[in-house]
Design a protein around this ligand. Sequence first.
Ligand SMILES: *[C@@H]1O[C@H](CO)[C@@H](O)[C@H](O)[C@H]1NC(C)=O
Ligand SMILES: *[C@@H]1O[C@H](CO)[C@@H](O)[C@H](O)[C@H]1NC(C)=O
Length: 341
Amino acid sequence: MGSLRFLLLLCISLGHVESTVYRDSNRNQDHSPGANYLLDPIHSVIISKRGANVTLPCILRSRPRSYKVKWSKMSPADPLEKLIIISNGQQHKNYAELRGRARLRRGHRLDASLVITNVTLEDEGRYRCELVNGLEDQQLTLELQLEGVVFPYQSSGGRYKFNYVEARRACDEQDGRLATSSQLYQAWTDGLDWCNAGWLLDGTVQYPIIVPREPCGGILPPGIRSYGPKDKMKDRFDAFCFTSAIKGRVLFIHGPLTYKEAAEACLAHKAEMAKVGHLYAAWRFSGLDHCDGGWLLDGSVRFPITEPRSRCGGLPDPGVRSFGFPNRDQRLYGVYCHTPM
Ligand SMILES: *[C@@H]1O[C@H](CO)[C@@H](O)[C@H](O)[C@H]1NC(C)=O
Ligand SMILES: *[C@@H]1O[C@H](CO)[C@@H](O)[C@H](O)[C@H]1NC(C)=O
């Protein structure tokens, strides 16, 4: 009986703590002593994927007599806040950021939500909805995250060949984008263990370790190892790229083919050789699983495994395996193609 009472007391006091925290976060969003015009968001993180349409909710509790709604973005790559749209209820002005893809939803008279169509990898970041009303300006902040996958990328020339600019370009060329720290952290919680350091979007160099070992930062606890910010021109590492859903699909054509024959085989199927990002996206989002190495556009040979088995590389965890960059005249592999349909 005594322990039950203790439990009840504990629950009540936990409930109390939670509601206190909730009220405090409310207060942070409301900088004014007057009426609170903006409804607190139900979720402050909105998850979407590339190519989708997403709504960032911003709902008024009531309408002040005159006001403007201002949406802006703070992206991880760029500390400067960018204006997206300003509206006074009747008219609105769109700014350069997201031009042509952003509009106010206006589902009802209290709706100031922002709709972004055809979401891109660059759209990730923090978005601010501001009610500008003279003295009582109020705002709320939402974070847009994309579902996706992080993949390490190394130059065909070997390990640690990219400066920051080259790493950024390499990810673009593989249908991805340099990953953010939080994307790498998420990938680590999903099981990414990689012993080579790579550039991230913010100019830092890091790598994720699940099984601590001597050559990979020593016997520290599992986690993200970081070298901190590095010289973007002089220092050289690999890259961590991020990609999200793709349009179309990835198909495998059996070999054996040389690199040149592989390119022709894709063309004959009205497709193009897949990029590394395409293969990772098909592996993650469509469960692509193939035990055969296939050429990719960059000249590497890889294969995607979702259900690990001993005769397919033998590793215990799902993943995209790599044979590196073999001689392009070798006739040993098939090819992975990407069709946009
Ligand atoms: C996104 O919205 C546009 C127009 O608003 C529509 O044409 C398109 O089909 C939508 N895309 C998706 C993936 O729902
Ligand atoms: C969506 O964006 C991608 C990449 O920016 C572009 O290639 C594609 O044509 C766009 N799709 C639509 C429906 O606007």
